[in-house]
Design a protein around this ligand. Structure first.
Ligand SMILES: [Zn+2]
Ligand SMILES: [Zn+2]
Length: 78
């Protein structure tokens, strides 16, 4: 049974490693808006999702962070 356990552990480690690589590949090409996203968006992102608040979705579609939820956008330069 010890061998089986070792097999399961190494297998789940391999699955985890693949998941991390996939996550990194998916995250890389996405351009994130500058500034700081709101807490809700950070939370959603750390869970591998995007924030589904209407205000955040709209802000993200415009390439911004949602200021309603505490996000910050860099000051516009004229
Ligand atoms: Zn949000
Ligand atoms: Zn929002």
């Amino acid at each position: 049974m010890k061998l089986f356990r070792a097999l399961v552990v190494s297998l789940s480690a391999a699955v985890f490693a693949v998941g991390v690589v996939f996550a990194a590949e998916n995250a890389a090409p996405k351009a994130k808006p500058e500034g700081n996203p709101g807490k809700c968006c950070v939370k959603a992102e750390s869970a591998g999702k995007t924030c589904d608040h209407k205000c955040c979705v709209e802000a993200n579609a415009a390439g911004k962070n949602c200021e309603k939820c505490g996000g910050a956008n860099p000051a516009k330069k004229a």
